[in-house]
Design a protein around this ligand. Sequence first.
Ligand code: HEC
Ligand code: HEC
Length: 389
Amino acid sequence: MRKSNLVYTFFISVLLALGFLRCQKSKGGILVDNTVYIPLPKKVISPKDNPTTPEKVALGKLLFYDPILSGNKDVACATCHHPEFGYAELIDLSIGVNGVGLSSKRRFKTDNDIPFVKRNSQSILNAAFNGIEISGAYHPEKAPMFWDLRAQSLEEQALLPIKTFEEMRGHDFSEAIILDTIVKRLQNIPEYVGHFEKVFETSEAITSTNLAKAIAAFERSLVSNNSRFDQYMAGDSTALSLSEKTGFQLFKKAKCTNCHSGPMFSDYKIHVLGVPENEKLGYVDDGFEKNFGFRTPSLRNLSSTAPYMHNGTFKDLEDVLQFYKDLSSGLSKNDQVDKAKLDPLLKEVDIKVMDMKPIISFFNSLNDDSFDKTIPKEVPSKLPVGGDI
Ligand code: HEC
Ligand code: HEC
């Protein structure tokens, strides 16, 4: 009796263990990965002093598309962050003031003395989650922004392009007066006055602080958190193809995860990779604290962030992967950056030519097209929506 009880217990334990393993397997065999990767959260949190309301998002959207925010009234935020291109653009270095056209077709008008914007435009999709940790925790009031982390929070970021000469300000206004100029312009448009007063529930609601708050609230509505990868991580093992699953494993094996970790595939830290300079810029971009470090970018929606890196110097993902392959031999690809300065986390990176195709197909599973692509029919200034595009 006792013996058969033991055998019985043993038998049941084996069955349970098998069932447990099967259960993990049905989640795509991702048990181990859960420490490094989880899906993006379903909900977005806002800073305490800037709660999101539908009216604020609607106002922020109008402002985002309205070139009234630029010195010459010809550049809007949407000029370089356009929904047709995943809220980024397909051009290596952005063109702001005195430009015409959209994305890869954008160029300077003849008779130009305005320089290129220093860097490649980032996508605003999911910027609401910037700084998100492996655990899924994030802090919107101090979210890291830009390739060199020079702003914290969407609110702080929003006013900087308006103040920057080659992005939106232009020749006619100094940095010291541009924000007051824009605020006065908005105060003279009754439709904006009405919107701001309703959203911020006070009179004289049009201030640069509230302008930034409304734009930031709109940006927090631009999420794409339902990629096939997110579905896979949430338990749907059929959401990824075999080659995408293989690519994910190879991505981890190659130690790309040393920096591209967490739900956004970024540690939001600065690393020195020695990406070659973009000759078009005409001067050397030495990045964070003049040390040639740049922030790890997200790997989500790579289909809309080409060309790649802080200066758009690599035209496609094959070029990026070839760059990492070259780096793994320990050589610097930028003659300004001594190889001793390269990030030590690169030493473990080991990528083979035959791994590249599956890794790129894995990247495809991180694209998610289900974000708000609607564009206002008109903006309160009655200027062309999105600027001179
Ligand atoms: C002329 C093109 C251009 C215009 C206009 C422009 N941006 Fe950008 N944006 C860029 C570039 C280039 C970067 C990256 C700059 C850097 O990191 O140094 C960027 C970065 C950002 C980021 C940081 C994203 C991240 O993940 O760190 C946000 C947010 C953003 N822009 C929002 C805006 C808003 C809001 C406006 C309008 C007020 C605006 N941009 C106008 C080109 C532009
Ligand atoms: C040491 C940290 C680190 C490691 C390891 C690393 N990356 Fe990166 N990655 C970065 C940084 C930093 C950038 C931006 C560099 C720049 O622009 O100067 C970047 C940029 C990229 C980009 C361009 C994204 C865009 O939108 O421009 C891709 C794609 C990429 N990495 C893929 C990979 C792959 C694949 C691996 C593994 C073979 C890998 N990374 C390993 C830190 C890292």
